[in-house]
Design a protein around this ligand. Structure first.
Ligand SMILES: Cc1cc2nc3c(=O)[nH]c(=O)nc-3n(C[C@H](O)[C@H](O)[C@H](O)COP(=O)(O)O)c2cc1C
Ligand code: SF4
Ligand code: SF4
Length: 273
């Protein structure tokens, strides 16, 4: 049985989860007859959304893996859900990666799929390093190792659930709904122009890495400096992956350590499209 994982990532956490799922869902085939494992394919949502072609998700299991943003999901993932034809998959799963608190992001994506005509069978989340640098300082050293270990345990459980075609429907409370309404409302209102608060400081050497890692081609290099074009997904990849730590968000990120998932190479985060 084929598994197709559609993913969106900025700093690699959601790619790490997607790769882990693909590995676990495609290995051990035949080990147990009641577990569905077979071929697995990873597809970047940003690449699919760039194309004008319709998206028809294939038969088998289909999943979406993405980060939580402001108690909701990246705008491009909502747009993907609207665009995708999800009638063929017989099992749909959603895995959200998050840092601190998901509010009712799980319910929100469940409802979006339901409104699109195909409610997911399984929705879950995996706690990872929080890459929202204006508020959080990402962990490093032993703290990061321990966070990655617990994320791996969560990933193993989730992969087992998916292989066993388990059902899980989210249920957040009223407070979580209110938090999402407030935080995600802000992301929707400001939309893709939230990049207005990014700038490159004097440490920028014009290397172009930020333009290459931007999943939605929102950055060009002009006169040896990045220029943002107001089509931002707010993933913070440009800021975290700049080798000179030259990209700042307002004045809140200067001197703060940057983050990239330790198991993911920067080359895996560079656009192939
Ligand atoms: C703009 C933005 C908003 C975020 N909002 C939340 C949030 O509301 N709750 C949370 O737990 N984590 C939040 N995070 C943290 C990410 O969800 C988390 O670090 C995620 O694993 C990053 O995934 P990625 O490495 O695949 O990009 C936010 C991150 C960003 C960049
Ligand atoms: S990655 Fe950093 S140093 Fe390189 S062009 Fe972008 S801002 Fe400048
Ligand atoms: S401009 Fe930066 S924050 Fe916005 S989508 Fe591109 S990489 Fe992500």
């Amino acid at each position: 049985m084929k598994t197709t994982v559609y993913y969106f990532t900025g700093t690699g956490n959601s790619l790490w989860v997607s790769k882990g799922l693909a590995e676990q869902l495609s290995e051990k085939t035949g080990q147990s007859t009641d577990l569905c494992r077979g071929e697995a394919e990873l597809i970047p949502i940003a690449e699919v959304m760039r194309s004008k072609n319709p998206v028809k998700c294939p038969k088998g299991a289909a999943g979406i893996v993405c980060p939580v943003y402001q108690g909701g999901i990246p705008l491009i993932v909502s747009e993907f859900i609207e665009k995708a034809d999800l009638t063929l998959p017989d099992y749909i799963f959603i895995i959200l990666t998050y840092g601190a608190y998901t509010a009712s992001a799980e319910d929100l994506i469940y409802d979006q799929l339901k409104d699109a005509g195909r409610a997911p069978d399984y929705v879950n989340k995996i706690k990872m390093a929080d890459n929202y640098l204006p508020i959080f300082t990402p962990p490093s050293g032993e703290k990061l190792d321990s966070l990655m270990k617990s994320a791996e345990s969560e990933l193993n459980i989730v992969a087992g659930d998916i292989a066993g075609r388990k059902k899980r429907i989210p249920e957040s409370g009223i407070i979580a709904d209110l938090v999402t309404k407030f935080m995600y409302g802000d992301l929707i209102r400001k939309g893709h122009v939230k990049d207005k608060k990014f700038h490159a400081d004097e440490n920028c050497n014009g290397c172009g890495t930020c333009a290459k890692v931007c999943p939605v081609e929102n950055i060009t290099i002009e006169d040896q400096k990045p220029v943002w074009h107001n089509n931002c997904e707010f993933c913070f990849a440009c800021l975290h992956l700049c080798p000179k730590m030259a990209i700042q968000y307002k004045n809140s990120t200067k001197k703060k350590p940057r983050y990239k998932n330790p198991e993911i190479n920067i080359s895996d985060l560079m656009r192939k499209w």
